[in-house]
Design a binder for this molecule. Structure first.
Ligand SMILES: Nc1nc2c(c(=O)[nH]1)N[C@@H](CN(C=O)c1ccc(C(=O)N[C@@H](CCC(=O)O)C(=O)O)cc1)CN2
Length: 285
């Protein structure tokens, strides 16, 4: 068996073209969604992700601004910038690119963003809404993964999903979204003692650990859906996922590549959340 490859860049193109049309219509009604991204320091990968966000926003015709701050910025300075943006009616979505320099408390920053402008879906109020299956901003990578499954008409209800990794950004929320769709969800992490056995029983495997090629075909059940969230840059500069693509593609039913898999979907769902934020905000004016 050779897996069907799910290309996130192609799905993203379809969704971005739809949003481009939606935005053109919104602008005719005087609604101009705007995203503000804050980048602190000069982490090369973060700069590249932020530039991907700016380019994608420009492509669909969304207003966006990048506020680039020095790595010396204090937590107080960052918090007061966020409070200003919370009050600025022209800004619909605020995103602070992670990770932050170690002298800044990430959780305090996340909680400073107004929940109605939290297009990353990281604020505890929005996480609580996601956990109770209420309408809210979903974290972009988990939302992208769910959308990839849905666009490929992959059944989730009743399936056994195994999530490898328990980060706040990907692992925990993606498991919750799959649970909301009625999957049976198991989380594996660094202290799991029988990971291989658990993964071998999975219909859907989400791998988000950040270890190049960690999961090979011996972990995968024939026909399973395998979603690779890892982005690992090797010494020769190439990017690879957490999944050993060449071996797993011979056994899985569906598989996402790295690059051009989940990554582009993360950016696409951010645009979707920003449009949603603008619509919510104008309906409450
Ligand atoms: N505030 C946030 N910070 C971070 C998030 C997030 O959702 N919100 N997620 C990640 C990084 N990320 C988005 O910010 C992101 C990662 C990867 C990609 C992407 O398109 N990857 C490409 C490869 C790009 C490359 O060449 O390096 C791909 O997989 O094809 C987009 C966004 C951490 N921080």
């Amino acid at each position: 068996m050779s897996a069907e490859i799910i290309y996130g860049d192609q799905l993203s193109q379809t969704l971005r073209d739809q949003m481009k049309t939606e935005l053109a219509n919104l602008k005719k009604k005087g609604i101009h969604p705007k995203l503000t991204v804050i980048l602190i320091g000069d982490h090369p990968a973060s700069r590249s992700y932020v530039s991907g966000k700016q380019k994608a926003a420009e492509y669909i015709g969304m207003d966006s601004e990048l506020l680039q701050l020095s790595s010396e910025t204090t937590e107080e300075e960052l918090l007061s910038l966020i409070y200003e943006l919370n009050q600025d009616d022209s800004v619909n979505g605020i995103l602070v690119q992670l990770p932050l320099p170690t002298h800044i408390n990430e959780q305090r920053v996340i909680e400073a963003i107004s929940p109605i402008k939290d297009v990353d879906g990281f604020h505890p109020i929005n996480i609580g809404k996601m956990m109770t299956n209420q309408e809210t901003f979903l974290p972009c990578t988990p939302y992208g993964i769910l959308t990839m499954l849905q666009m490929n008409k992959i059944d989730i209800a009743g399936k056994h999903a195994v999530v490898i990794g328990r980060s706040n950004i990907v692992g925990k929320p993606v498991g919750q979204l799959l649970l909301n769709e009625n999957a049976t969800v198991t989380y594996c992490h660094s202290r799991t003692t029988n990971m291989k056995e658990l993964v071998q029983a999975a219909d859907i495997v989400i791998v988000a650990v950040g270890r190049a090629n960690m999961i090979d075909a011996s972990y995968i059940k024939e026909g399973a859906v395998v979603i690779d969230v890892g982005i690992n840059r090797l010494e020769d500069g190439t990017l690879t996922g957490d999944v050993d693509f060449d071996s797993v593609k011979e056994k899985a039913g569906y598989l996402t590549p790295v690059p051009k898999g989940v990554g582009p979907m993360t950016i696409t769902m951010l645009l979707k959340n920003t449009i949603k934020a603008a619509l919510n905000q104008c309906s409450h004016e």
